[in-house]
Ligand binder design. Structure first.
Ligand code: ARG
Length: 247
């Protein structure tokens, strides 16, 4: 009887400790899932992840009094990570789509973006989305570029999916594919770094970026929306964009 009691006491103490740790990590950190292959929103500067989304997330974490932790994972793993609670939020230049809204909730939008086409600078026959008929198109797996190219069902076109946007750009430089569909700002960034590619003016789609949270996590969602509203009102959001997007 005595031993059973002891065991019980030890178990109870262990449970309490575990609870304290769980509680502590939950309230002290804010875990952001992202895919750091998306300049200027999130990318590596040496071994540090920087960019617009990182600074927005930092500002939100600061407002919440929590320490930001960044998890760099595959783009198509971000929503599952948010759903399972492994991450508190997905911040990844992520476009609000009807399909995604079935799996996560989105914050208010913090920027409007578009999908554009990049081609090799030698290419003269692709000048608008209509010219993609019969072409081989590269996209980043699971992104809206991938989804829209698939949905549009462009006649005779072949889709090549890459894990990283930059891998699609490299294939384009090697003329293995004819075009890449990717978000406007990464496209601009890649074209600035690689003079052998160019961005086509006419956008493919226009879309809104927002932060994803677990479905029903209204408490965090409200705090994130408050933070976004404040960042907009104070001019801080514009400052962050200006820092990364020079014109
Ligand atoms: N805006 C696109 C989407 O939501 C692409 C986002 C890619 N982001 C990234 N961090 N790799 O599908």
């Amino acid at each position: 009887m005595k031993n059973t009691f002891k065991l019980f006491a030890i178990l109870a103490a262990a449970l309490m400790l575990a609870g304290m740790f769980a509680g502590c990590s939950e309230s002290d950190t804010l875990v952001m899932a992202t895919n750091a292959e998306f300049p200027p929103y999130e990318y590596y500067d040496g071994d540090k992840i920087v960019g617009i989304d990182v600074e927005i997330a930092e500002a939100i974490a600061e407002k919440l009094g929590r320490k930001l932790v960044i998890e760099d994972i595959a783009f198509d793993s971000i929503i599952p990570a948010v759903q399972s609670g492994k991450a508190d939020m997905g911040v990844a230049g992520m476009t609000i789509t009807a399909d995604r809204l079935q799996n996560v909730d989105f914050s208010d939008t913090y920027v409007t973006a578009s999908q554009v086409i990049i081609v090799h600078k030698d290419n003269t026959d692709i000048n608008s989305p209509d010219d993609l008929v019969g072409k081989t198109i590269g996209v980043q797996l699971g992104t809206t570029g991938d989804i829209y190219a698939e949905d549009e069902d462009i006649e005779g076109a072949t889709l090549e999916r890459y894990n990283k946007g930059f891998e699609a750009v490299q294939a384009l430089q090697q003329k293995k594919i004819d075009a890449v569909i990717i978000d406007d700002q990464p496209a601009k960034y890649f074209a600035e770094q690689n003079p052998d590619i160019k961005v086509i003016d006419e956008p493919f789609t226009v879309e809104d970026y927002a932060i994803a949270v677990k479905k029903g996590n209204t408490e965090l969602l409200k705090k994130i929306n408050d933070a976004i509203r404040e960042l907009k009102a104070s001019g801080k959001l514009q400052e962050i964009f200006d820092k990364y997007i020079g014109d």
